[in-house]
Design a protein around this ligand. Structure first.
Ligand SMILES: NC(=O)c1ccc[n+]([C@@H]2O[C@H](COP(=O)([O-])OP(=O)(O)OC[C@H]3O[C@@H](n4cnc5c(N)ncnc54)[C@H](OP(=O)(O)O)[C@@H]3O)[C@@H](O)[C@H]2O)c1
Length: 270
């Protein structure tokens, strides 16, 4: 069980798509009960073990709202949700690129706004969820729920949350692409494509487990694999070259951060 951590009564999950469902999976794995929770989603598609409905619940205002819609849907949600919030409501938003002050303007009567930036491995309680809020007491209140899902760095500056988002929230997609590319590369060298893909994925899993078990840095692991003048060293020389991996990763992260800034601008203008 979770050492007494639970959902405030009542808690509303607004939207339960990919990301919110992954968080729900992590909370279920942590043994949390969902009696206090209602999911509101337009499809009404049931979320197993949780009251799910199309309309907003009647009765007391929510103590906690987890906003799990796409950023572009925010202004569809606000007119219905805002009047149902109260002075004890905490809005916890996972919307990429929508700044805390843009949210506070849309929900002027609530107790506080906390932004989170989770990643999909929260489902396995191996996630990274960056947390940011202007009010430290409000952050402290939601933090135990987030900590059940893995690493939960609290950001002093909102920009830090965007950067962690670019590295960790988007990260599973980047790591997955790299592993897929390794598999495709193996197939290009003549391996059966399915075997090549499996070998690449298991290498990813094994390397992560090795780092987790030993606490070794990724640099140390790479050093341990690459014996002087061996095959790995030749491969690393390509990755470490001037047109190698780091400049590519820098460009990739910069593109994601830039898109976050565009979304933030759009949310401010609306
Ligand atoms: N995916 C990630 O890895 C990731 C990582 C970090 C942050 N995020 C953030 O998480 C948020 C959701 O992303 P996602 O990938 O989970 O999207 P998604 O799978 O498309 O889920 C969106 C959810 O919003 C619901 N929804 C749409 N309109 C609504 C409305 N008017 N009222 C209530 N619910 C509504 C949908 O309901 P139905 O299911 O009924 O259609 C769906 O459950 C985004 O803001 C994104 O920036 C995602």
């Amino acid at each position: 069980m979770s050492g007494g951590t639970g959902f405030p009564v009542p808690t509303w999950l607004i939207g339960c798509g990919n990301m919110a469902a992954a968080m729900v999976g992590g909370w279920k794995a942590a043994g949390l009960g969902f009696d206090a929770v209602t999911v509101v989603r337009p499809s009404g598609r049931p979320v197993e073990g949780i009251r799910t409905q199309v309309d907003y619940p009647v009765g007391d205002p929510p103590k906690l709202v987890l906003l799990g819609v796409k950023p572009q849907k925010l202004d569809e949600v606000v007119p219905a949700l805002e009047p149902r919030t109260g002075p004890d409501t905490i809005i916890m938003s996972m919307l990429a690129g929508v700044a805390a002050n843009s949210l506070a303007e849309r929900f002027p009567a609530v107790r506080g706004v906390v932004r989170i930036m989770p990643n999909l491995p929260v489902q396995q309680r191996q996630g990274v969820t960056a947390v940011y809020g202007a009010d430290a007491a409000t952050v402290r209140e939601v933090l135990p729920l987030i900590e059940l899902l893995g690493m939960a760095p609290v950001c002093a500056e909102e920009r830090e949350l965007s950067v962690i988002g670019a590295v960790a929230a988007a990260g599973p997609a980047y790591v997955a692409r790299f592993a897929a590319a390794m598999g495709l590369g193996g197939a290009g060298l003549g391996l059966d494509p399915q075997l090549a893909a499996q070998v690449a994925v298991q290498t990813l899993i094994g390397t992560a487990a090795l780092a987790d078990d030993t606490g070794e840095s990724m640099a140390d692991i790479a050093r341990r694999v690459a014996s002087p003048a061996g095959t790995t060293e030749q491969g690393l020389a390509v990755l470490d070259g001037p047109d190698g991996l780091q400049p590519l990763v820098d460009r990739m992260l910069a593109a994601a951060v830039r898109r976050g800034e565009e979304l933030a601008d759009a949310a401010r203008r609306n």
